[in-house]
Ligand binder design. Sequence first.
Ligand code: PGA
Length: 252
Amino acid sequence: MRTPIVAGNWKMNKTVAEARELVSEIVPLMKEMTDVKVVLCPPAPALLPIAALLEGTQIRLGAQNMHWEASGAYTGELAPAMVAEFGRFVIIGHSERRAYFGETDETVNKKVHAAQATGLTPIVCVGETLEENEASQTSAVVSRQIKEGLKDVNADLIIAYEPIWAIGTGLAATGEMANETIKTIRAVLAELFGTAKAEEIRILYGGSVKGSNAAEFFSQSDIDGALVGGAALKADGFAEIAAAAQNEVTKK
Ligand code: PGA
C-alpha cells in the first residue's frame, strides 16, 4: 500500500515569525496522524528555523523550487544541496513556476535529475489549463509533461496532478475526474518505469483541496494524497485534510 502524503505548499506566504507560529500549531495536531506522511514546503528563509521546530516529529520539510546546477552565478536561486541541508523533498515544475517563471518540461527534467542526484525526492507537478481541459486535451498534456519531465530519471519521485483551473480558485476537480487522469498518469509511469514501480509511486491531487472535500479525493483508487496551497496556511484546515487521509488508511 502507498502511504498517503499530505504536503503543504505555502507559496510566497509567511515570514519566519509567522511560519514558526503556524508550525507550532500544526505539530500537536499531527501527532495522531501516524499513517500519513506530512510534508511542509515553506518559503526558503523558513526552512532552517522550521527544521529545528520539527526535530523529533514525523513531519518532513521540502522546498518549493530549486535550480538544477550545484552552485554558481545564478542570482536569487537555491542550489539542490542547500535544500538538502534541511529538506527531503522539493516541489518541481509547479504550474505557477511554469506560467510566471518560464519553466518548461526541459527545465523540469534537469531539476528532477539534480534532485535525485542530491538525495531529494522531487514532487513533480503536472496539469492542464482550462482551455486544454475544455478541448479534451488533458490526457495528452499530462502524458507529455510526464514523458518529457521524467526523461532518464529514476522512479524515486512523487507526482502531483494539479489541474491549473482548480488551483486557488475554489473549483476543485471531482474525485472521479481527478482519479481518471491520475490513472492515465500511472499508465505513462508504467511505460517509463515498469508496472511494479508505477504502482509504488505516490500520485497526489492538488487544486482547492480542503477539509470538506479531501475525503472525496483520498477515497479514490489511485489518489495517494494531496498537495495543498491555501488550506495549508491554517493549522486546523491543514490538519483536517491530514485527518481525512489518516481516516482512509484506517478504513482499508
Ligand atoms: P490551492 O493550491 O490548494 O490553493 O488550490 C494548490 C497548489 O498550488 O499546490
